[in-house]
Ligand binder design. Structure first.
Ligand code: DX5
Ligand code: ZN
Length: 222
């Protein structure tokens, strides 16, 4: 299976998000990643449902909505109605993660769960059948342009152990500091989906950058 590239518009000009999403689509991205931040779960405040709605009108790609917010259960229905394809919540922000993931699917979206670097993968043990995506944060969330935490490779291996034998199994994604140098580490440890902001939007040529990320996935053995 080819690696999936989700372009994070956090790194783009927020005055021209639609242009950024269109250019990422033209450059070959598979999804558009929207980092919703509330100033509480993480310090910055970014954008909300209206930005999702606007991008839904702009591009045909799936919208991968990463909620870095407290009390995410209050906002699932509205992000689903705005056009989110995947809604990812943080395990650290969810008091009732099991119910929350079921509710995301119930709202017609694919359910993602994100883990901060300090959170062990074992917190997912009893919800894996409810998750379509497990997103390992490979930086501490809140900001683009940080360096990939190399300890994430061991964590990805732990996650693979947890997923062994599970059918169907969720996609495994990584988010933060992903670039053509770090993507092979993540893909070599089993990542199926790469979220990248800076590496795409600050590249001289986003299409070349996306192609370089795509090459990170080792060829499947025949
Ligand atoms: C960080 C966000 C990321 C961010 C990644 O909290 O969740 O999606 O956009 O940015 P880069 O690719 O610049 O590390
Ligand atoms: Zn993100």
């Amino acid at each position: 299976m080819d690696v999936t590239i989700s372009a994070s518009v956090l790194a783009a000009d927020h005055g021209a998000l639609a242009d950024a999403a269109r250019s990422a689509a033209a450059a070959g991205a598979d999804m558009i990643h929207l980092d919703v931040m509330d100033g509480r779960f993480v310090p910055p405040i970014t954008f909300g449902q209206e930005a999702v709605r606007a991008l839904r009108r702009t591009v045909g790609l799936p919208l991968d909505v990463h909620l870095m917010i407290v009390e995410p259960e209050r906002h699932i229905a509205s992000f689903a109605a705005a056009g989110a394809t995947i809604i990812t919540v943080h395990a650290e922000a969810a008091v009732h993660l099991h119910r929350l993931l079921a509710d995301i699917r119930g709202a017609g979206c694919r359910a993602g769960v994100a883990l901060n670097p300090a959170t062990p993968v074992t917190v997912l043990e009893h919800v894996l059948d409810l998750a379509d995506l497990v997103l390992l944060m490979t930086v501490n969330p809140g900001y683009g342009g940080q360096s990939f935490l190399t300890g994430s490779v061991a964590k990805l291996a732990r996650l693979q152990d947890l997923l062994r034998g599970l059918h169907p199994r969720p996609l495994v994604g990584v988010d933060g500091g992903v670039n053509p140098q770090t993507a092979p580490l993540a893909c070599g440890a089993g990542a199926d989906l790469l979220v990248a902001g800076t590496a795409i939007f600050e590249a001289a040529d986003p299409a070349t950058a996306i192609a370089a990320l795509r090459r990170a996935r080792p060829e499947p053995r025949t």
